[in-house]
Design a protein. Structure first.
Length: 196
């Protein structure tokens, strides 16, 4: 999901490794967001394939990540080394909202041949087009839900502040509080009086 010039992971699934993070899994995403722009120079981040796809509004189909030039797959290689997985074919697709602005990226890894189960390059077809449409719709719904949740939290905080102000006002305007404050003033006056 694209937020604050960073791509944030929302859902991560790997059936081979039985990894489920984000979404309804209840497991936190263990990966940092990807910056859309280089923090030092401010230049667009075209080193990462996901940010490149988002910046260019283009699909990127990579048959073999270990043989491609122009993209930094060091994070992928580190993940593969740690898990024993072998990330090979990638299809990275920008997801657009109703206004045609990129709201996120769908990245598919390791297409499998249905007969041999061998990893093959991705082939764009109608099923994939439908998946992209469904993913875009789901992400747009998620973003709307998150925005609504933040607005409700903000409203709740504002209500809490109003409630506290009202409660403070009720206390400070009570006869008991006024009597108490009068006693406090009397005690202060006695302390300041050198005769006491």
């Amino acid at each position: 999901m694209l937020r604050e010039d960073k791509l944030h992971f929302v859902i991560l699934r790997n059936t081979s490794l039985k990894i489920a993070m984000g979404g309804t899994s209840g497991n936190a995403i263990a990966f940092d967001p990807l910056p859309m722009y280089d923090p030092g120079s401010g230049e667009p981040n075209h080193r990462n394939v996901a940010t490149h796809a988002a910046l260019g509004h283009e699909w990127v189909n990579i048959p073999d990540a270990y043989r491609v030039e122009g993209f930094d797959f060091s994070g992928t290689r580190a993940f593969d080394k740690k898990t024993g997985y072998h990330s090979k074919s990638f299809l990275t697709i920008p997801l657009e909202g109703d206004d045609h602005h990129v709201i996120g990226v769908l990245q598919l890894i390791n297409a499998a041949d249905p007969v041999t189960n061998e990893v093959v390059p991705f082939d764009a077809d109608e099923v994939l087009e439908t998946l992209v449409l469904l993913a875009s719709t789901a992400l747009a719904g998620y973003i709307r839900q998150e925005r609504l949740r933040r607005e409700i939290e903000k409203l709740s905080i504002e209500i809490d502040h109003a409630k506290k102000s009202r409660q403070v006002s009720e206390i400070t305007e009570s006869d008991y509080f006024r009597t108490l404050m009068e006693k406090v003033r009397e005690l202060r006056a006695l302390r300041k009086d050198p005769a006491n």
